[in-house]
Design a protein around this ligand. Sequence first.
Ligand SMILES: C[S@@+](CC[C@H](N)C(=O)[O-])C[C@H]1O[C@@H](n2cnc3c(N)ncnc32)[C@H](O)[C@@H]1O
Length: 253
Amino acid sequence: MKELDNVKYLNIGEIFDTVFHKKIKQEEILEYFETGKLIGKKIDNEWHADKEAIEDFIKNVYLKEKAYNVGLHKVDLTTITLNGKILDIGGGGQGIIGQFKGENVVAIDPNKNELEESPSKDDLKIVMDARDLKFLDNSFDTTTSFFTLMYIPREDHITIFKEIYRVLKKEGEFAIWDAIIPNKGNDDRSMFFISLEVNIGDNKINTGYGVLWNEELNTKYLSNLAGTIGFELIESKEEENTFNLRFRKKNLP
Ligand SMILES: C[S@@+](CC[C@H](N)C(=O)[O-])C[C@H]1O[C@@H](n2cnc3c(N)ncnc32)[C@H](O)[C@@H]1O
């Protein structure tokens, strides 16, 4: 990173690592600079761009060219009840559930940076992978997943659901909010992107979530998966491209 007149500039490698998380090629970023789609400046003969130029580029060029962008959706959490001790999986990022329910929340995420950057203050943040939860059986009243499953490969979902089932108390609830991601078919766009305005009562949080568009995600698939593990579906709501599912851990004999 270079700093000129108090403005920080990232080079191609840094944009590749920290903005695109290695999901596009460095040559592509170079081409965006060369064609003027990403407004940059050469510092020490190397292309650099500041935060504002990168954000403009993502919004006005990249998302339009490469992403299936389903636009802004509103999620209202103010009418939602989440009981007792809450485990939030993938609770980094905006840490929405941590911001909403504060000290009742244990937020886990394998990515330490995501937890460190999360604006939530009162939740307990632990670096942990949902595929291998370090909690004892029957520890939590509620588990939440807020726009996390879309970031987790399908092959890991069953392991994670089994782990969630294990750490939930009997009659405990698992609440999922996520995006309905359609089948990609022959669409050549590589990303799926959704913008959210989340109402948590005290304030409204604006954010956006994007993933490589490989797999579809919907309520039917997740309800079937949860059913095979022993969860009972207690609520299923869909609104445009978002859904909210609630499951209960059945009191098995
Ligand atoms: C973008 S966040 C989702 C939004 C977040 N819940 C919020 O409130 O803003 C997705 C998170 O899932 C995390 N994640 C990916 N794989 C995971 C796994 N196996 N277990 C738990 N979290 C995982 C990522 O590190 C990332 O921080």
